[in-house]
Structures are given as structure tokens and as C-alpha cells.
Design a protein around this ligand. Structure first.
Ligand code: SLL
Length: 248
């Protein structure tokens, strides 16, 4: 059904939004097995869809439907607000269907992802990890690309400002995305982002320092000039030359 909020697309623009989806699982602590867990269950797990560094993604993601294995009662779980996750217990691994529903302004169809729930440690130290009952994390970084979003959604994505346009330029195939809703750079720098508000502030401090130095130099130069003019005036006076020459 077409959205009532507007269908005009922003031509030549793609906006992407990053997110993480995956699971975390842990073998029950033999002493602390949840009382309500069925006897054959061995693990506690969680499947989720979330923003990067805890970023709220609910401004573009409206709800998430997780489809669990049929062995689960009410195996279709719809989560309408963050955290978009299902916490469960179980004994076996299976494929989870994750369906992303976007906010109504988007006029976008839902998109489906698949995640393999991992309960058992894998990799070179699998045995050691099992021994230590380490949390088994299996997650993926993903980016959703909205090609030529409808205008109201574009507004939502970019925080209602044209600032997003500055991120990577406007025009055909321009891609926008990143941490926030605008082109604002991240707070701190890291291995993946050399530019942050911290580095920007440092740069501003350096510029303020440099400005101060330059102002001091100008002040000193002016003082020298005044002193020279004074000397010149004195010389002229001693030679009987008028200190100032009137323009005619
Ligand atoms: C397997 N193909 O055989 C998979 C199926 C099913 C997992 C795994 C608990 C269900 C319940 C549960 O862990 N199901 O008892 O509610 O490994």
C-alpha cells in the first residue's frame, strides 16, 4: 500500500545505515540454571539487531520479527521497540530468520536476513572456551542501503537537515551514512576514523594558539613602527623639517 506521507524520491541519492545483527550464547552455570528452563536446555542465548556503539536505530527501523525454530512455542517473535532482541534458552543451533520493518515514512518493503545461531565455541581455542564457559558471539556488521529514498524518509534519515548532503557530496551515486543522522563526525577517533570531534577540537586549539601568536607579532610590529616614526619625527625636527606634510 503506498504511503500517505509522500512518494517523491530523492533522485541520485543513496543513504546507508550501518547496524549489527547476531547472537550471543552461554552454557548454563551448572549451579545457576534458570528455574523455568526445560531440563533438556543447556544454553542461554540472545539474538539481536542493534546500532553501532549503542546508536539508536529506531528512527529508521520500526520493528524486527525473529522467526525461531518450530520447536519453540510462539516461534515468531515481533519486537516493536529497542532493544530489538529475543532472549531464550535451548539446546540446539538453528537458522533464525530476521525481518526488518522500516518506519512508515520510508515506504520501503521489509528486508529479510538470516542468522545461524551459534551455541558452541568455534575456532582454534574452542575447547578452552567451552571449559571456561565463554560467551559465544557470532555477529555481523551490515549496512542497509536506501536507494533514492522518498522525501519524508530522507528527512528522517538525515535528521531533517541538508547537513547529510555535505558528507560525501550530492549527486549521482552519492552515498551517505555513518554514525549519526547528520554529517557530524564521531566523538572520538579510533583505528577506523582518524577524524573525530576530539581531533577537531585539538585542531581548533592549535588554530587559536596560532592566532594568538600572530596577534602578538602584529602588536610588536606596530610598536616598532610607532618607535620608528617617533625617531623619524625627532630627526626631522632637529633638521628643521616639518613633522607632517600637508596634502595639497
Ligand atoms: C538441531 N536442527 O537439531 C536443529 C534444531 C532446535 C533447537 C535445533 C529448544 C526447543 C524447545 C531448542 O533448542 N531447539 O525445547 O523449546 O540441532
Amino acid at each position: 500500500m503506498p504511503s500517505a506521507t509522500g512518494n517523491k524520491r530523492v533522485r541520485g541519492v543513496s543513504v546507508f545505515r550501518p547496524f549489527i545483527f547476531g547472537s550471543e550464547a552461554q552454557l548454563f552455570d551448572p549451579e545457576k540454571k534458570p528455574a523455568n528452563a526445560p531440563v533438556d536446555h543447556t544454553h542461554q542465548w540472545r539474538v539481536f539487531v542493534k546500532g553501532i556503539n549503542g546508536e539508536d536505530i529506531s528512527y529508521w527501523l520500526k520493528k524486527v520479527q525473529f522467526k525461531l525454530h518450530e520447536t519453540y512455542a510462539q516461534n515468531v517473535r515481533t519486537i516493536e521497540q529497542p532493544p530489538f532482541e529475543v532472549v531464550e534458552t535451548g539446546w540446539g543451533e538453528f537458522e533464525i530468520q530476521i525481518k526488518l520493518y522500516f518506519v512508515p515514512e520510508s515506504n520501503e518493503k521489509p528486508q529479510t536476513l538470516w542468522h545461524s545461531l551459534k551455541l558452541h565455541p568455534y575456532g582454534p581455542d574452542a575447547e578452552g572456551m567451552k571449559e571456561r564457559r565463554e560467551v559465544v558471539v557470532s555477529q555481523n556488521y551490515e549496512e542497509i542501503l536506501f536507494n533514492e529514498p522518498v522525501e519524508p524518509f530522507y528527512e528522517v534519515l538525515t535528521g531533517g537537515s541538508a547537513a547529510g548532503q555535505l558528507a560525501r557530496g550530492k549527486g549521482k551515486n552519492a552515498k551517505q551514512g555513518g554514525q549519526g543522522r547528520t554529517a557530524q563526525i564521531p566523538l572520538n577517533d579510533g583505528p577506523k576514523n582518524a577524524y573525530s570531534r576530539t581531533t577537531e577540537n585539538k585542531e581548533l586549539d592549535r588554530m587559536a594558539e596560532a592566532t594568538k601568536t600572530v596577534e602578538q607579532m602584529i602588536k610588536e610590529e606596530k610598536e616598532r613602527l610607532v618607535a620608528r616614526e617617533k625617531t623619524l619625527a625627532e630627526l626631522r625636527e632637529s633638521e628643521g623639517v616639518p613633522a607632517t606634510t600637508k596634502k595639497r
